[in-house]
Design a protein around this ligand. Structure first.
Ligand code: ADP
Ligand code: MG
Length: 316
């Protein structure tokens, strides 16, 4: 079946010096929620602007449901809703007026019913008569999502949807995306790994206009997983010999091997262990061993996901 998004060797040159996309290719299948992860300037918004018909690529093609976005824009865009960073609305309009205005502009059918449904989905039903000017950023972002849903598209593209929101606003938008992903195909750009991890099933890592990796979060972690930091807290400070003993921890299970590479004191009764190992069970084994050795452990916290280090490594 034709993927919902198919990008083929897409390039975008803004100026002689700025080559924002260096021939990226990417496919998103129906029902997938794909995170488009990369630092500022990586080319995320450029890709999204091409997909939403706002700018033209220099070369290459982008298809939505099989329709070329440059050659067959109207058909291609019929099945896309786009949510941009900090959407702007007329401050004196209410959410209802705003959606009515945008819906008429786009020729949305059964508009009044859709407006009610959409306001319900984005939880602005109670605010439908309040002017948007008085809304928090989070509420405006929810209205931004609402406008993208008006024509009931199969594909929703979010460009940094939680940027500039407070933690509550972020959580609300994240919950909404998690709800939408049950019914829609989603492409979500972000420069923050945790945001992508909380929502996406697959991640496309983009840096300097190139896709560095594209895979499921699980597989990426497995592939690149080498060292994990574990923070332990103890009831009393560890003795030098206890620390040495932990540092010497090494288990060879034939096909896999787990080993503590270092133990560093973070504060009086808090230590950072760097554990080299291939799986979750390595961490479980270490915890069991610490308890068996009567180490006075009061907490055991694996920290920093492997992906975070790959991401940091890639964007250097
Ligand atoms: P991201 O969204 O990942 O932060 P962008 O797609 O916005 O990245 O930008 C990619 C590159 O293209 C950056 O180097 C940026 O400065 C440049 N760029 C973006 N828009 C324009 C423009 N309109 N004119 C010139 N350069 C641009
Ligand atoms: Mg951007």
């Amino acid at each position: 079946m034709e993927p919902v998004i198919r990008i083929n060797q897409l390039t975008k040159r803004y100026t002689y010096k700025i080559l924002a996309l260096k021939g990226i290719s990417l496919e998103v299948e129906m029902g997938e929620c794909v995170g488009f992860l990369g630092p500022n300037g990586a080319g995320k918004s450029t890709t999204i602007k091409i997909l939403s018909g706002l700018i033209r690529p220099t070369s290459g093609e982008a298809y939505i449901n099989g329709h070329d976005v440059t050659k067959n824009k109207k058909k291609a865009l019929r099945s896309v809703g786009c949510v941009v960073e900090t959407p702007d609305f007329y401050p004196y309009l209410t959410p209802e007026d705003t959606l009515r205005y945008l819906g008429k502009l786009r020729g949305v059918e059964n508009l009044e019913t859709r407006i009610d449904e959409v306001l319900e989905t984005v939880k602005l039903g109670d605010w439908k008569d309040t002017r948007v000017g008085s809304f928090s950023k989070g509420m405006k972002q929810r209205l931004g999502i609402g406008q993208a849903l008006l024509h009931d598209p199969d594909l929703i593209i979010f460009d940094e949807p939680t940027s500039g929101l407070d933690p509550i606003g972020m959580a609300e938008v994240r919950d909404l995306i998690n709800k939408l992903k049950k019914e829609k195909t989603i492409l979500l750009s972000s420069h923050m790994l945790p945001e992508v991890q909380q929502t996406a099933d697959k991640v496309a890592l983009i840096n300097k206009g190139e896709i560095m990796a594209y895979d499921t979060l699980e597989s990426l972690s497995r592939q690149y997983f080498t060292v994990k930091e574990v923070i332990i807290e103890t009831l009393e400070p560890l003795t030098d010999s206890q620390m040495a003993k932990i540092e010497a921890y090494r288990v060879d299970n034939g096909d896999s091997c787990a080993e503590v590479q270092s133990v560093t004191k973070v504060s009086d009764a808090k230590y950072s262990l760097l554990l080299k190992g291939q799986s979750e069970s390595c961490r479980a084994d270490l915890l069991k061993w610490l308890v068996e050795e009567s180490m006075p452990i009061s907490s055991f916290n694996p920290k920093g996901l492997a992906l975070e280090s790959i991401y940091m490594e890639m964007i250097k």
